[in-house]
Write a protein that binds this ligand. Structure first.
Ligand SMILES: [Zn+2]
Length: 81
């Protein structure tokens, strides 16, 4: 499933926990209705990206298995849906 990162122009709040920043990006998954998409501010996006890199490097140093061609954004454990 394709996931895109789209710059956000509408004023809305970041979806990451209690973050009160204004969301700047939409994590738009192809099959997801607009109201269910994830809105993130630049800071959280950066943090998550860095964490994902870090975590993946730590947890899977040698397993380079691709997950059925799915783009994994990091937060998704893959078991949902
Ligand atoms: Zn945020």
């Amino acid at each position: 499933m394709k996931t895109q990162l789209i710059p956000l122009t509408v004023k809305t709040q970041c979806d990451n926990g209690r973050c009160r920043n204004r969301a700047e990006y939409i994590v738009a998954r192809e099959d997801t209705p607009v109201y269910m998409q994830l809105h993130l501010c630049g800071e959280c996006l950066k943090t998550i990206a860095a964490l994902a890199k870090e975590t993946q490097a730590k947890s899977s140093p040698r397993s380079n298995k691709t997950k059925k061609g799915e783009e994994n954004v990091g937060a998704d454990s893959g078991s949902r849906r």
